[in-house]
Design a protein around this ligand. Structure first.
Ligand SMILES: Nc1ncnc2c1ncn2[C@@H]1O[C@H](COP(=O)(O)OP(=O)(O)OP(=O)(O)O)[C@@H](O)[C@H]1O
Ligand SMILES: O=P(O)(O)OC[C@H]1O[C@](O)(CO)[C@@H](O)[C@@H]1O
Ligand SMILES: [Mg+2]
Length: 329
């Protein structure tokens, strides 16, 4: 075996939790143990790093978790870590335990923090994209996206039943602070008439015109799927305009909210989490640093964290957008 580049690593989950994070933690821990690398778990992301809430993990610590949602390491958002003093405090706790490599499972914000920690204190970091939002450049999917979108679809299907029974318009809000991937995918998969995304300019006039046209055609079921980060301000704001302009349409709002973050991960999420977790440790062991493990066209790739953060995301698939318009006429 080639010389090991790390001998003691730590893993944490940060930002919003995502289904499949546990499968990723399991893969990191077991791959490390297989390679005779000691592995520590940091509780509550960067907050736990600052507070020295760090414990040694073994193969048993990750038994029976691959199927569980949430994260056994817990997750948090830490404002203190955004300051150089907070990161110094955090790094000193790693140094005390002689931890020489770090795996961060989270989204773009977590990667920004990881990169700063590495640049200021020299520790190599590897990022695993763990976010339901899929807002990371350089990877075709992120851990948790597939499960979240399937949860959204399952629930919007239920809403369609009651929309049909009452001839109502439902405006359904899905998660996505800055990204519309859940909205676009779930919207197409549930046959939504209108899909509103943060990435595209929302033309409320054409939404109203479309609804009027459908009213004339006596189209009975109408679904609007809107991402929470849409510039109009989410489902309640859209409903306000629709109710003002088209008072005869019986309109209801449903906000799916955090149910999209929970639940048992899909097979797809368990698989990508296991592959990414394995490759995170392999990368550290080969001396790679400050990259995100991504998947492109089915293959594992190493994306500089710098790019993963600054390029934000891969942009909305224009063809998917076109398909959504055509199929909803
Ligand atoms: N600019 C930054 N500098 C240092 N640390 C940061 C920075 N941005 C974010 N972080 C750290 O990463 C944590 C998580 O970031 P954030 O809340 O943006 O979630 P995320 O990782 O993008 O995941 P998600 O968006 O899926 O919830 C923050 O609470 C903070 O501790
Ligand atoms: O759980 P919190 O802190 O309210 O965060 C909600 C945000 O987290 C996400 O679920 C994941 O980034 C976003 O879609 C959502 O805006
Ligand atoms: Mg984010």
């Amino acid at each position: 075996m080639a010389t090991k580049k790390v001998s003691r690593i730590a893993v944490l989950t940060s930002g919003g939790d995502a289904p499949g994070m546990n499968a990723a933690i399991r893969a990191v821990v077991r791959t490390a143990i297989f390679n005779k690398i000691e592995v520590y778990g940091i509780v509550r992301g960067y907050s736990g790093m600052i507070e020295d809430d760090i414990y040694k993990m073994d193969s048993k610590s990750v038994a029976n978790i691959i199927q569980r949602g949430g994260t056994i390491l817990k997750s948090a958002r830490s404002d203190e870590f955004k300051t150089p003093a907070g990161r110094k405090k955090a790094f000193n706790n790693l140094k005390k335990k002689e931890i020489d490599g770090l795996v961060v499972i989270g989204g773009d914000g977590s990667f920004t923090g990881a990169l700063k920690l590495s640049e200021e204190h020299g520790i190599p970091v590897i990022g695993l994209p763990g976010t339901i939002d899929k807002d990371c450049y350089g990877t075709d999917s992120t851990i948790g996206f597939d499960t979240a979108v399937n949860t959204a679809v399952e629930n919007i299907d239920k809403i369609r039943d009651t929309a049909d029974a009452h001839d109502r318009l439902f405006i359904v809000e899905v998660m996505g602070r800055d990204a519309g991937y859940i909205a676009l995918n779930a919207g197409i998969a549930t046959g939504a008439e209108t899909i509103l995304l943060p990435e595209t300019k929302t033309d409320i006039e054409s939404v109203i015109i479309g609804l009027k046209r459908k009213e004339r055609r006596k189209k009975l079921v109408n679904l609007i799927v809107v991402a929470e980060g849409d510039e109009l301000g989410g489902a309640s704001e859209v409903a306000k305009v629709v109710k003002e302009r088209l008072p005869k349409i019986d309109t209801r709002v449903t906000i799916l909210g955090h149910i999209q973050r929970g639940g048992s991960p899909s097979c797809c999420d368990r698989l990508i989490a296991s592959r990414m977790g394995y490759h995170a440790v392999v990368a550290l062991n080969e001396g790679k640093r400050n990259v995100m493990i991504g998947i492109q066209n089915g293959n594992i790739v190493h994306v500089p964290l710098e790019d993963a953060i600054s390029k934000k995301n891969q942009g909305i698939d224009q063809e998917l957008l076109k398909i959504s318009h055509i199929l909803s006429i």
